[in-house]
Design a protein. Structure first.
Length: 202
């Protein structure tokens, strides 16, 4: 991970923690955790692999599900000329995301279950790095709304903690669980505590 990006993010984060009237002790830990090495490396992995597909997509319009505070949204904006929308069920994610990251990123407080076809049809790239937080049923229902040819990038892991309701033991199990018409890429990145899987498809 580029050390300049990491230091810039931490500097901005400290400003938000120090000066935001919205901050409370319960927010500090998640804000810090969204910039761990594992988070940074897994998001960089997406940005690196996106390069292969961006050349074939006219006017890329990215929708990030469960985008947390917007780290991935910012990393995509830094690297590509793309519209980016980041949604999360936690209303504080949108509030802090607007403080931390690019003003051109659209942040929304919204649950994945609340999306309809009208919400998804303008997006030609859909990303979710938090599939371990989402049931297969909810993810399948959402992906059934996508337009034909939409690029889908999904990550999950085998990090079994209480808030992870849908971990998969292996990457192969994750791939089998997904309603993709075609799998273009499937790999595993290993960290000290868990493995992270990434699948790209249509």
């Amino acid at each position: 991970m580029d050390i300049c990006i990491m230091l810039y993010n931490y500097h901005t984060l400290l400003d938000v923690i120090d000066y935001s009237s919205e901050i409370s002790p319960k927010h500090v830990r998640p804000l810090i955790r969204h910039l761990t090495n594992e988070q940074l490396e897994s998001k960089k992995w997406i940005c690196d692999e996106l390069e292969t597909y961006m050349r074939a997509i006219d006017e890329p319009n990215v929708l990030i599900l469960a985008g947390w505070f917007g780290l991935l949204a910012q990393m995509i904006r830094n690297r590509y000329d793309a519209k980016v929308t980041s949604i999360d069920i936690d209303p504080m994610c949108a509030k802090f995301g607007r403080m931390l990251y690019d003003k051109d990123i659209t942040f929304k407080h919204k649950a994945i279950e609340d999306f309809g076809h009208r919400d998804t049809r303008s997006h030609n790239i859909i990303i979710c790095t938090s599939c371990e937080h989402v049931s297969d049923e909810v993810l399948h229902d959402f992906l059934s709304l996508r337009e034909l040819g939409t690029l889908v990038i999904l990550q999950s892991n085998n990090y079994y903690i209480p808030e992870h309701i849908n971990c998969k033991p292996k990457n192969e199990d994750f791939v089998k669980s997904l309603p993709l018409r075609k799998v273009l890429y499937s790999e595993t990145m290993s960290f000290e505590r868990y493995d992270r899987y990434m699948v790209i498809g249509l």
